[in-house]
Design a protein around this ligand. Sequence first.
Ligand SMILES: C[S@@+](CC[C@H](N)C(=O)[O-])C[C@H]1O[C@@H](n2cnc3c(N)ncnc32)[C@H](O)[C@@H]1O
Length: 182
Amino acid sequence: MSKAFAPPATLMAQVAQLPSDSAHPTAFEMYFKMPVYSWIDKHPVERKRFHRGLTEMENCLDRGLLADAVLSDLGPTITLVDVGGGRGGLVMQLLKRYPGWKAVIQDTAEVIAETRQFWQDNMPEGLNEGRVTFLAHSFLEPTPLPPVPDDCPYVFFLKNVLHNWPDDAVKMILNVRAITIA
Ligand SMILES: C[S@@+](CC[C@H](N)C(=O)[O-])C[C@H]1O[C@@H](n2cnc3c(N)ncnc32)[C@H](O)[C@@H]1O
């Protein structure tokens, strides 16, 4: 990944002059002529490396959250929707901790294929018991989620997702949630 990011980095000064919104390219888009996640989805080796890196980050950084956050207040039975969830590693740890919780991991089709394998390797019972399902669907579009029982409501979960989108796209991602829940 680092090699791929080096050439676009030379355009940073140029794009820093542009407004930060979806109408204007990032340095990566200007160089590769496509958004960064489209590029990652087209490069399986880089994609695996990227998600392996995120899993390593989870192993280091999310331990505090797991240790300190009081999430039981969310209820004994909820359905987490991990939006742009990648491998869904933190959600996996939460499902292990809260046996009544379920999860939907949403990401692009390319990522979801590998996410399913990650769960098969690390928490196959989550698959076998139907506690985790996968949704290959863009979070920039309305998300088709099936109705869930009142006692197992959706709770949307976004981790490391909003930080690298411009404000108008972030609003779209969050509004899609609102429209979906309504
Ligand atoms: C920085 S990663 C974070 C992954 C995960 N939440 C974590 O913390 O490890 C951003 C994720 O957003 C996903 N993503 C990017 N564009 C997307 C889109 N339009 N729809 C759904 N997921 C998308 C990427 O594939 C990637 O898995």
